[in-house]
Each structure stands twice: as structure tokens, then as C-alpha cells.
Design a protein around this ligand. Sequence first.
Ligand SMILES: [Zn+2]
Length: 606
Amino acid sequence: MGYQTLYRKYRPQTFAEVVGQQHVATILRNSVQQGRISHAYLFSGPRGTGKTSVARIFAKALNCPSAKDGEPCGTCEICKSIATGNAPDIIEIDAASNRGIDDIRDLREKVHYAPARFNYKVYIIDEAHMITPQGFNALLKTLEEPPAHAIFILCTTEPHKLPLTILSRLLKLEFHRLPLEPLAAHAQKIAQQEKTELTRAAALELAKLAEGSVRDTISLLEQAMAFTVERIDEPQIDELFHLASPEQIVDLAVAVLRSRKDEIAHIAEELILSGRDPERMLLELASALEKYLLNRAQLRAALEARDLPYCDVTDDQLVAAVSECWEASSHLRREANPSLLFRITLYRIAHVLARAQQAALGRPEESAKAVAPAKPAAKPPVPEAPRATSTSESTPAKVVKKEDAESRGRSPSPPASELVPEQPAAAQAFSEAREAAATPSPPTEAPPLFSAEGKPQEAPAAGNEQQIPQEKGASSDADIPASRSKESGELPQEDAQTDPRWEALLDSIRSESITTFCLLFEGPEPEVKKQHLVLRFPDRLRFFSQLLRQASNLRVLDHFVKTHYGPEWVVDIVNEAPGREAEEAERAARDVLDLFPGSREIELGQ
Ligand SMILES: [Zn+2]
């Protein structure tokens, strides 16, 4: 026999050998044993979960003269001929192929011929959802009055595409994706038989990649074995399939949850440069955050292992962060610049988490400067509430000490969940954070995560930009609403914010470019002014405004402004003058700009 793929070589030959799907195997074995055979079956489930393999085993069990307790012997001539695909009475049809269409058309005629050698003629129709309407008609007529010797097994990944008239005549059996453990164990067993050592961690990585499919697990193992034969460990799998290591993902999760933009930037840069796939990384990150959601002890362990204080996040915040990862990952494949979207997503989650925690505390984030003795705090300190959750074990004092030592601008307060009841829904937590982000900041506010380059622009840049004439430090963010309402043109400020055109614009941009959408979602307040859509970015979001000015984003924005507002309309992207934290903001901006060489060029070109 020539070369066989591992999947074919290790295809199960008996019900007992089937990996997972024991519910299906048991039903079929019992039905053979008890002689209660239905004439038509539907095997539905994800690809690679063993539908056609089980169909063949069932065909064997129906025909094997030495079957015992419904299990085929696997050694008789009949079993062997079915295993090698040489049994004339087992008819496998691929409904997706041209040949398959003809086969189904012929089926009605040929089904009445008695089996050549076997008790049963078994029709295994793969990709059954691809059967043509004529094919379904032919099949329906046959299923209405099936010959006693004919058994039909329809296999499909998309059972909802089958006509109800057909579905109602089938006995339905569902195949499931396999959990990681049995998949990994199966991969290890095969590797062992192939005289290759596959570590457990490596096997789990393969199983994760295969997303519940036995076939994919085995073909991934085969690829790994082509790469290295004697011993396959986790780093090799990560290298081969461009995966971030679990450690790197935990590093990233911790940095995001602690809203550390410099750490996020560093890790993201490293991962992207080493060719890791952004989409998979976001999914891995989502899965790490989900683990923390279900088990805070894992988060605590991850932080302790990195010698970091415990950072408390609410369930809602974690749920929102997980959804954000999923949402962005689903857009990555269509994005021209997936690594940029990857990084923006990380910053956004970190930013929104920081904001949500602030909003939950019901007060602006206080910088170290704001609580310094020279400047009395604007509000009395929030009283410490009794411990509310079992997850909050680190003492507030410990948090303050460590945070002070290593961070700037983070609120030295007890974890949020100790003070505030959890918010009702993740979506609300996010929208509240969004509102908080859009609210003009009081002067004492610390430079937030995204504060950007602090210098006011010297002159209006070429293109769709303008600069509001404000001296550096002459106005704080708190003054802005009053002066702005005077400037406003066609619509007062309140109307502009709820302008349905703006909502429609955001919707359109969201479906066109999630990167552009991300830049607009958090930041600017739209104003309309004589066929100008003015997007005013607070200074802390200057970095977003710079990215928005990049040609690819500007093109999308301009296109939809013309669509939703009118062909004569133009966009003005405006940066508010920096507030009194300008120096610190500038420092923060330099950190961020270092991550994006592209935006540095834009900066110089202005
Ligand atoms: Zn047999």
C-alpha cells in the first residue's frame, strides 16, 4: 500500500474506536443489535467530527455476518471491502460534485435493484445540503417508499439547508465538536504509534488549533511530524503554526487588564514581528480573559507569578473585553492592516477598562499630582466599603503602595467591585465607559491612556484640517462646551450629538472598516458647521486623530460623510488644545508614537 495520510490510516473501523460521539455510536450499535433499523438517517455536525467514518462503520455493522452486539468484526471480507471502499453495495455520493448530481438523479432507478452481495445497500450522501432541487425530488420519492434493502445516510454540516419534507423523514443524529482533552489524548496516542513523542502541552495546542475536529487534529499532527519526527513540544508547535505561547498571551492579558499601554505595545510589537497571527492572538486573548472570568484565582496566580498586585475587574468588564476581542477578530481577515487593528483593539480594551473602572467609582481618575499636598483634592476620599467579594484579597494599602511606585495617573483606590454593585450588563458597562470618555474632563484629570502629543499645531495642515486658535494651556477642557456652543453653526450641540446622520455614518463605517470605526467610536464629538463635519478630538485622544488622518482612514470617512451628509460636505479633524497636563501628555504621546512609525511621519508632515 502506498502512502496513506494519518487520518486515513487511523480512521476508526469499529464503533468502539470512534473518538467522542459515543452517543451516536451507542444508538447505532443498539439499533443493529435489536434489529430496529431506520431507512434514512441524518448525520449532522461540524466538519471533521467523524460523520462519514461512522456511516461506514454502520454500513459494516449492518452487513457483517460476524457482528457481535452490533459491532462489526472488522476482519471479514465484507468489513474489509467496506473499509477499503471496494464494496459495490455501499454507494458513497459527494453531493457537491457534478458526479454526485448525476448519481442522485440515477438513484431512484437503481435503488430498486437488490444488493449484489450484501443484506443492505447503503447510500452515504456527503454534503447533503448541496443536493439540487431535482435531486431532493428524486430522493423524496425514494424516501416515501424505500425498498426494504436500502438505507440512506445523509451527512451534512448544514442541516438547516435541507427541505423540511426530507428532514421529516430522517432519523437525526448530531455529531459534536470534541473537547480539548480527548482530542489531545487521541493525538498523543497516534503519535506514540508513529514512534514520535508528542508532549501533552503540544497535543493540547494542536487540539486547540483544530477547534474540535478530529480530522484537523490529525492533519495538524501530520504537519508537525513533517517538521520534526522524534519529539514535538509546545514551542515547536507555536513556531510551526505561528502561535503566541500561552505565557505571551497571559502577559498580554495582564497588561491589558492593568491598562499598561507601554507593556501592551511592547508585547504586541514582539508578537507581530515574530509573525504571530493577530486573529488567533485575539481569540487566544479572549479565551484567557474568559478563564479569568470563570476563575479569578487564575488571574491572581498570573499576577503573582509576575510579582504584580491583584487588579480587580468586574465580570461585566471581562465579558465586555472578551466580546471586544471576538468582535475585532471577526473583522481582522478583511482588514488591510490587521496588525494595526490588533493593537488598536488592545488599546481600546485597556482604555475602556480604565474608564469603566473610573465610571464605576463615580469620580474622575485622580493623578498623583491631583492628590499631592500642594493641591487639595477636589472631592473627599471615597470611604472604604466593607469587603464585598471573595475575590478581593489584596488589601487596599498594598495596592496603593505598589501602584504608586510603578505607575503614573492611576487611582490609588480599593478595587472597584468593593465599592460599587456590579453593573447589569456588559453592554451597559461599555456604553457608560464610552459616555465617560466623551464627557469633557475636569482640569484635575490625569493624563489618560491615550493622551497624545502635547504641542498645539503651528499652522493648519494641508487637506481637511483646521486648528482652533488657542494658546497652549490657555484653556482647559472644562471651558470648551461654552465656547463651542457659540461657534456652532446649523445645529446646536445637543442636536449634533444625536444627529441620525452621525449614527448612520458610524454604522456604515463600522461595516466598511473596523479600524476607522474604532478611531471614531471612542473619541471625537461631531459638530456640523456649514457643510463641514467637524470632529473635535480632546487632547487625550490626539493619537486617534492622527491615525484618522492617515489616507486609508480618511478615504473611508470622507466617502461616508459625502454619502450621509451630502456630496458637498467635507470633514474637519480638529484637536483641542492641550490642558495643563501638557508636558506629561507629551511624554505619553512620545511613547505611543514610537509604536507607530507611520504616525510619526504624519506628525512631521503636519
Ligand atoms: Zn465483519
